[in-house]
Design a protein around this ligand. Structure first.
Ligand code: ADP
Ligand code: MG
Length: 248
């Protein structure tokens, strides 16, 4: 089967800074991959390149066998994305924003509204009918971004730190939705800097540090060779600082 995602020496430089450094990675269809790494490891940059928000400096991205350099539009029809900054339109209300997104995907208004209502109910998102997204709480914005990523029933879903700033109940709901999608064969890729998030949810992980891939594989296998996954993670990325603060 064609892989859902194939990265070949993917690289992004910002001036001198190499944010993503010759990243090779394959994600099979139906996989649920957790891209793990410390702050600044290059996770968001990778996801932005893969979802077409940022142009790579070099390297190749293939999604479902199509090349992002030449088939961007066809790829975008198949993927859903929740980027780091959520990329919402602040002056619209949540339902208006979903209309906007849905129409971009060529969905009929009636279908968009039905799906939006279902998503809003499931996520317990109840904004006032006239409230602009600008006035939503952080968690509400995150929910809208999540809804927008799901609206067109994508085959692959890319989520950047989906559980950041989300309450425990919503956390649970989103996890349930993701597991339901996985059961239906949707490929999922999420980033997180929190080991526990990835450990609980993702059978497959890839660890990034300073833009480089430090380890990748099935969670069980990575865990087997190590004392614990935390130990493995800290060993792979290094730099855990212990000791006291000088003035305390
Ligand atoms: N637009 C940008 N301009 C300059 N440097 C950037 C830019 N975006 C990201 N970086 C740098 O690239 C590195 C990786 O960032 P990022 O991909 O956001 O990391 P992560 O999501 O893993 O926390 C960081 O050092 C960050 O400061
Ligand atoms: Mg990030």
């Amino acid at each position: 089967m064609t892989p859902a995602l194939e990265l070949d020496a993917l690289t992004k430089r910002f001036g001198e800074k190499v944010a993503v450094d010759r990243l090779d990675l394959t994600v099979e269809q139906g996989a649920f991959l957790g891209l793990l790494g410390r702050n600044g490891a290059g996770k968001s940059t990778t996801l932005k390149m893969v979802t077409g928000l940022l142009r790579p400096t070099s390297g190749r991205i293939q999604v479902l066998g199509m090349d992002l350099g030449t088939d961007a539009l066809a790829i975008k029809r198949q993927i859903g994305a929740m980027p780091e900054d959520m990329a919402l339109l602040d002056m619209l209300t949540g339902p208006q924003y979903l209309r906007f997104v849905g129409r971009m995907y060529g969905l009929e208004d009636a279908i968009i509204d039905r799906r939006a209502a279902e998503l809003f109910e499931k996520l317990d998102l109840e904004p006032g009918p006239k409230t602009a997204i600008a006035d939503y709480s952080f968690g509400m914005k995150k929910k809208v971004a999540f809804c927008a990523a799901l609206l067109h029933a994508p085959r692959i879903l890319f989520l950047d730190e989906p559980f950041e700033g989300i309450d425990a109940v919503t956390n649970r709901t989103i996890k349930d939705i993701l597991l339901g999608l996985q059961a239906r064969g949707v490929t999922l890729v999420l980033t997180s800097h929190i080991l526990e998030v990835v450990e609980k949810l993702c059978p497959q992980i890839a660890i990034l540090d300073e833009g480089r891939l430090k380890g990748a594989g099935r969670l069980e296998e990575l865990r087997q060779g190590a004392e614990s996954l935390e130990r493995l993670f800290v060993d792979l990325v290094g730099g855990a600082q212990t000791g006291e603060l000088s003035w305390l």
